[in-house]
Design a protein around this ligand. Structure first.
Ligand code: GLY
Length: 349
């Protein structure tokens, strides 16, 4: 088993092992025994894994209740969040009980935000079942829901008690959902790990748990130094400002990871085209995106994208912190006036 210990405002382990879900009770026991466990999942993941996890929790003497909502970003709303809170209250969940997020990024964000706010905070455990949630969203304590005005506009930093990653669950993922996670993996390589880019070029077959471990270890290091994203953690947003704009312009029809891939590509091309970054960065990124069945462009105009970026939560008044590529496996944070965005995006389309 691979273990990454995150030391932020709370300390917790991320456990990575094939088959972990089948014997997760040993690892869950210290956090759940004898408590009520509220599993939050979606209708794609629940038919696959809910019964197994529930039975193991019951073996530990838990009362188990479960809330299942429709899969996808369109569920990440204030309405679904309200339904989860109502469900927790109806089932009498108390401060000594625990919420378990079983699913991908949307489930983790929603269950985590419910945990952060219900009764001013109850414990929660992340059991991510997609590559994207294993390498990124289940670790680091970002929880959120979307508003019609934009993505993740309401949320909290709230660390889980435990994260259980079973790479075997990736075998049931549709190819496009696996690709979605690969965009975040490529992001880690682009921001700070040229070695990871080389591994990705060779292929991930048989190496996925090593790759998850490597990404989580990068995130652990960054989050332990900057939990609340006042500085270095912003690097993890590479490709996200434009990516979120693509997501919004597509009415969330294009998935998050795919949009992050497009965002990284537009930004990198822009910096290369304006002579501010070496061409090798663009070439490596575009080749990896292609290799992992991701896109490097979209049909939206610079006007549409920049207008959608106006609602980005990372905007600070008239400026936004853009994460810019400075070399292969290297990025920097650059405060960028909002009125400079059009030229930057246009140069990368
Ligand atoms: N997904 C970026 C972060 O957790 O900071």
């Amino acid at each position: 088993m691979k273990i990454v210990t995150v030391n932020a405002s709370a300390s917790y382990d991320v456990l990575i092992e094939n088959g972990l879900l089948q014997n997760c009770k040993d690892y869950l026991a210290p956090f759940v025994s004898g408590k009520t466990a509220a599993i939050v999942s979606d209708d794609r993941v629940a038919p696959l894994y809910l019964k197994g996890v529930k039975e193991q929790l019951e073996d530990l003497g838990c009362k188990v209740v479960s809330f299942v909502f429709p899969n996808g970003e369109k569920s990440k709303t204030i309405e679904t969040y309200g339904e989860i809170l109502g469900f927790l209250a109806q089932n009498g969940l108390t401060r000594r009980d625990v919420i378990i997020a079983l699913g991908g990024g949307v489930v983790g964000d929603m269950a985590g935000f419910a945990a952060a706010t219900y009764l001013r905070g109850v414990d929660y455990i992340q059991i991510p079942t997609t590559l994207l949630s294993m390498v990124d969203s289940s670790v680091g304590g970002k929880t959120a829901i979307d508003l019609p005005a934009g993505k993740n506009l309401v949320g909290a930093f709230y660390q889980p008690k435990l994260v259980l990653c079973d790479p075997q669950t990736l075998s049931t993922l549709p190819q496009e959902i696996f690709a979605d996670g690969m965009a975040e993996v490529i992001k880690y390589g682009m921001i700070c790990d040229e070695g990871l880019l080389s591994i990705l070029k060779e292929g991930v077959s048989g190496r996925i748990d090593e790759i998850i471990f490597r990404c989580v270890a990068i995130k652990r290091d960054i989050v332990s130094r900057d939990e609340r994203e006042t500085g270095e953690r912003k690097l993890l947003n590479f490709g996200h400002s434009i990516g979120h704009a693509v997501e919004k312009c597509s009415n969330f029809e294009i998935s998050h990871g795919r949009c992050v891939g497009i965002g990284m590509a537009i930004l990198t091309r822009s910096f290369v085209n304006r002579g501010l970054c070496e061409k090798a960065c663009e070439t490596a990124l575009e080749e990896l995106l292609k290799q992992y069945h991701l896109d490097d462009s979209c049909d939206f105009s610079a006007d549409q994208l920049v207008s959608a970026m106006g609602a980005d939560k990372k905007r600070m008044g008239k400026a936004i912190d853009l994460i810019i590529p400075t070399g292969l496996g290297k990025t920097a944070i650059e405060k960028t006036p909002m009125d400079a965005l059009y030229a930057i995006v246009f140069a990368g389309l």
